[in-house]
Ligand binder design. Structure first.
Ligand code: SAH
Length: 274
């Protein structure tokens, strides 16, 4: 039997609100449970571009499409409709719980006095941009990493700068979401400078646009040269740590096996004075 994706119990006469991450874009990277959630909903709500990506699944349903900056509208409508008894799916690309709509929706529910019973709320995770992009680049996230969004619309730039510095200093691999928009161009330049204060100029940098959707572009560059490549709203950047290197053109961050094992034979290297 297939387990229901709704886990909370309800007593109200409200509907359901399912927050669905549908992955980077291609249907192959949409999980079966996300597909069922979209197909099973009465109403689908999402940002116009995202709706386009799942259009084949939602042919006869009511669809509410909104612009990118209408996030609060989207969350509020989704909550209202669920309260009125509808089964609503609110869709976001990647993982809905990673820079997606899940947090805001819970805040809107909180504002409405939701106790957990009036409507059923469930979050369906999806493949987030950093794992989709990492897979196209090689294996850059094999060691500790920090994910940082460069969007300062909601987060003060000082906070973002502090996080960039801390991640750079601590030698985390760094994933940059929202690196640049047409109006916001300076942030990625400053991020690069902060990283360069702690990392070599030839540190590998992966720049992926539109992973697993139409228009996909995968570039491997360096901290030095990264800004010579196009970077925009649909790009995620992965910056290597001090150990990240290229293996036949793939970006790989070693986990440390080579220090402990002979990778040819699999035999553990004995410590000299052991
Ligand atoms: N919830 C999404 C992230 C939304 S924030 C997720 O989990 O993936 C929007 C940012 O995500 C973009 O600016 C870009 O940095 C990144 N992004 C989303 N989809 C992408 C894709 N298919 N390829 C590359 N980057 C992507």
């Amino acid at each position: 039997m297939t387990k229901s994706y709704i886990t909370s119990s309800t007593t109200g006469n409200g509907g359901t609100l399912t927050l669905v991450g549908f992955g980077p874009g291609s249907e192959d990277h949409l999980t079966p449970i996300a597909r069922r959630a979209i197909e099973g909903a009465d109403i689908i709500i999402g940002y116009r571009t995202y709706i386009d990506l799942v259009r084949p699944l939602i042919q006869k349903k009511t669809v509410i499409e909104t612009g990118m900056t209408e996030e609060i509208d989207r969350a509020t409508q989704a909550v209202e409709l669920a309260y009125s008894g509808q089964n609503v799916a609110l869709v976001s690309s990647g993982d809905v719980g990673i820079y997606g709509m899940a947090g805001l929706t819970y805040e809107v529910l909180e504002e409405k006095g939701w106790t957990g019973r009036e409507v059923e709320v469930a979050v369906i995770p999806g493949i987030t941009a950093l794992s989709a992009c990492a897979s196209l680049l090689g294996a850059p996230l094999m060691h500790d990493f920090a994910s940082i969004s460069l969007s300062d619309l909601l987060t003060p730039w000082d906070v973002i700068r502090r996080r960039l510095k801390a991640a750079a200093e601590a030698d985390f691999v760094v994933a940059l979401y929202n690196p640049r928009s047409s109006k916001r161009v300076r942030q990625v330049e400053e991020a690069r400078e902060i990283l360069l204060a702690h990392r070599a100029h030839d540190t590998p940098v992966g720049i992926v646009k539109s992973a697993m959707r139409e228009g996909e572009v995968v570039v491997i560059s360096t901290l030095d040269a990264m800004l010579t490549h196009p970077i925009g709203m649909l790009t995620t950047i992965l910056i290597g740590n001090s150990q990240t290197r290229l293996v036949s053109g793939r970006m790989v961050t070693p986990r440390g096996y080579r220090n402990k094992y002979n990778l040819d034979t699999g035999v553990r290297i004995k410590k000299e004075n052991a």
